[in-house]
Each structure stands twice: as C-alpha cells, then as structure tokens.
Ligand binder design. Sequence first.
Ligand SMILES: Cc1cc2nc3c(=O)[nH]c(=O)nc-3n(C[C@H](O)[C@H](O)[C@H](O)COP(=O)(O)OP(=O)(O)OC[C@H]3O[C@@H](n4cnc5c(N)ncnc54)[C@H](O)[C@@H]3O)c2cc1C
Length: 424
Amino acid sequence: MAPTDFSKSHDLIVVGAGAAGLAAAARARELGLSTLLLEAKDRIGGRCFTDTSSLGLPWDQGAHWMHQARSNPLVAAAQRLGHTWLEQPRKVRHWLTTESRWATKEEETDIGLYIAACYQAIEAAGRERQDSSVAQVLPPHPRWRPYAEGWLQALNGCEVEQISVHDYSRYREDDANWPLDRGYGTLLAALHRRTQAMLNTRVTCIDWSGSEISVDTSRGSFRSRFLIAALPTPVLARPHLFAPELPKEKQWAALALPLGRHEKLALRFDETVLPDEKHWYFHRVHSRRAALNGICRPFGRPMILLHLGGSLLSDWGINSAAQALDPALDFLEEMLDRPLRTQLAGWRATDWAGDPLIGGSYSSALPGAAGAREELAAPLADRLFFAGEACSIPAYGTVHGAHLSGLAAAEQVHRASLKLKAQA
Ligand SMILES: Cc1cc2nc3c(=O)[nH]c(=O)nc-3n(C[C@H](O)[C@H](O)[C@H](O)COP(=O)(O)OP(=O)(O)OC[C@H]3O[C@@H](n4cnc5c(N)ncnc54)[C@H](O)[C@@H]3O)c2cc1C
C-alpha cells in the first residue's frame, strides 16, 4: 500500500481513529478517495484499547465482548487474523451482599426469570407509541429490582431513569457476546495495522463554511472536499469545534445521546491466590441499586477485572474507579473468602469519563430522544458526514456498530464525490 499523503489537500478528512474512523478511512481509500485520518491520541482504537503494558498481561480498558457475535463482522476478521475467543454463554454467579453469601440455585433461577421479565417489559414498551424510561417499565420485585436496575445500568452506563426504552428496544440483542483472548483492542489494531493515521493531531476547528472544508489542528491546517466526524458525542456537542456551529438539530442529537459511566478496575495477583477456575463471572447483588460485576481469572490469567457502573461509584461514596480499590478489595476478600491485599501485584483503573477526548463509556438515548441517532448520522450539505457508535441504531454502544457506521459514512462520501464529479 502506498504511504498516505499528509500534504494539505485531500478528498476526505476523517477525524477520530476509533473503530468508526478507522473503518471509514480504510474503506474510503479502497474506494479511491485520498484520505487523511487525524487522531488526537498517540494511538489508534479510541474506546477499544487493550492494555498490554501496565500489568504485564493483556486486558481491555474499554470494549471486551464481540457483541451480537452471530452477525458481528469483526468475528470473521478475528478468525481470519487468527485471534481466538470464548463462545460459551456467560455463566454468572450472584453474590448477595447484604447476606454475605452466594445465591442458591433457586435464587439464581428466580433472578434469571426476573431479568427475563424485565427484558420482555422493555421490548413491549418499545412497541408503545409513547417513549418512556427503562425505570418506568421495569416490573416490581420485592428482592431483585434494585439488582436489575444496577445490571441494566452496567450495560448501558446510564441511570435507568435516563435510558429511552424505544432506543433500548431497537438494540439487536442475540445473547452471543464473545470475549477475545488477546483483547478486542488487539484485534482492532491488527485489523488496521495498515490503516495509516496521523497521531497526536488534535482537531481544534472544522470550518465548513466554504466549498472546501478547512481543518485546524495542533499540527497545522488541512483542507478537504469532504469530512467524516467520527467522534464521541460529548466531543461533538462541545461548542466551537465547528464553524459555523452545527445546526440546532445536530447539537440536540449529540446532547440527547450522552455517554454513560462504565469504568474498570483491573487487579493482578500472585499466581496462586485466586480460585483455580478460569474465566467466571460474578455480580454483586445489593438491596440498593449498585452496578458492580467482574471476571475472575480472565482466560486463566491471575487477574480480576471489575466493571463499575454509574451508581456503584456513589454507593461506595467514591467518584472514580481508582478510589474503588480499597472497598473493592474488602468486597473481594469477603466474596472469595481469602486475604488478597498482600497478594496484589499491581492494579490499574480507567477514567473514560474524565478523558477530554472521550467523555464517558457509550451512548444511550434520553427518554423521548430515540430519533436522535438518525439525526446524528444524517450528512450535512453533502460535505459533512458523521460516524461512530452513537450513529448506529441496532448496534449502538459497540465496536462493530461503530465499524459499520464508518463503512456506511465512507460509502456516502463516495456517492457524494461521484455526484460532484458528474456535475463538474
Ligand atoms: C469501559 C467500556 C467497556 C466497553 N465494552 C464494550 C464491549 O464489551 N463490546 C463492545 O462492542 N463495545 C464496548 N464498549 C463500547 C465501544 O468501545 C465503543 O462503542 C466503540 O469503541 C466506539 O468507537 P467510535 O469509533 O465510535 O469512538 P471512539 O472509540 O471514542 O473514537 C473516537 C476517537 O476520536 C478521537 N478524538 C476525540 N477528539 C478528537 C479531536 N478533537 N481531534 C482528533 N481526534 C479526536 C479520540 O481520541 C478517539 O480515538 C465499551 C466502552 C467502554 C468505555
């Protein structure tokens, strides 16, 4: 492949080298468009990033599961590139915090039935004319409702009062969520090992007032005929990134699709201290809404990966995953019934919400705003195009949803460029 031309004028500039921007740039180049891909970070991948250095073992700081695996195009990519994954359904054990014990078999069944009833209620409400929040439609339950609220928050990142059922019910759930042994970020990086990007290049202003788009960056200005903004919604919603500002409907769409809160705490232990069983899942059940779940010995590695959803951070009186270390160790020592502190070899916490280039985990539509995804994805003036997980309807909040939205945006640009040529 010829090296990318970093000179000043291009057919297309793609901003953001996450899954969406990478797919868009790669496809646009295949279609013959000269394309410059700009990324503010010193790496590609965005929210799909496998950390291989901080703990000496791979773990995904962001995306972990190939969701909708039966139709996810990245599964075929993983196969082609020789990346392996686990296919067995997620077997989850529930720790009843207030009673300091594991749920019995009967309680596990009861929890499963109630969660299934919650999904049915969401699906039914999704067919109603009037949108509502997930909190409004969950069936009551004397024991498990706060747990279900926490679980749904862990999945969506947002408080259940802030999630539109219309939006949620359009997500295509297929119960096939497969984690990759070497990590999702490793797969994405391998898939795009030849997709050239200009790193450490922060876009500060996109001027789309003229027939050519002018892009100011921390490393100079570039021009192009078309632009794809493959950026997280909090970045899109920030004032002054576009000149002129994006139309009101587009600003509304970005604000109506906020990113939730989902952080991770990765703990590495001495080889011998954890139970031998590989890759098993646990959920913390509390009488209050508290979204905490985790994986013990992922792929057999001496680690515990904790996933912290929005409300857990307040439940423990903390506001970052790093501050969760102490209460998390207390909780794990009780749950696993063994001392762990002294065997802790290293730990690392994420802060996606505090990252100014991201601003949270993944998008969720506010109640009443399910239409925001179509609005966000719509091109402007046949020159400005949009991609990213928030633009996907059936696979929002996922890597492959972002990937597919990037491919779609590249195709849109190609059609617009053919139209322009035909008019010339
Ligand atoms: C904790 C967590 C767990 C997750 N788990 C899963 C999972 O298991 N499975 C799954 O499929 N998905 C999961 N996701 C969601 C998934 O990671 C995202 O949906 C997907 O990676 C988003 O890709 P994107 O290209 O839309 O955006 P991003 O990956 O956010 O890419 C946007 C890029 O734009 C760059 N950027 C921002 N501002 C500028 C600027 N001004 N100039 C230049 N560049 C800029 C950013 O640095 C970033 O690289 C998870 C996410 C998180 C945070």
